[in-house]
Design a protein around this ligand. Sequence first.
Ligand SMILES: [Zn+2]
Length: 76
Amino acid sequence: MNCPFCGGEMRKGTLSTDGRTLLRWNGDGESRGLLGVISGKGIIKNARMVNNRCELVSYICNRCGKLVADVRVEQM
Ligand SMILES: [Zn+2]
């Protein structure tokens, strides 16, 4: 895969957390609020739990540092 920003070659890899929380994405200035947290707003639904880690397949560009991933985010 080539980077959509600079055209450089991208490497496939995994974005991961230690598994204590799920991966979330929320827009700048958006407050999740208690209702949002309870309902799962912002959770990246296609991230998966593997060996107590939350993982998301992604591609990184070594030239410009961009990370590209296919995400499906829970909306409220
Ligand atoms: Zn790039």
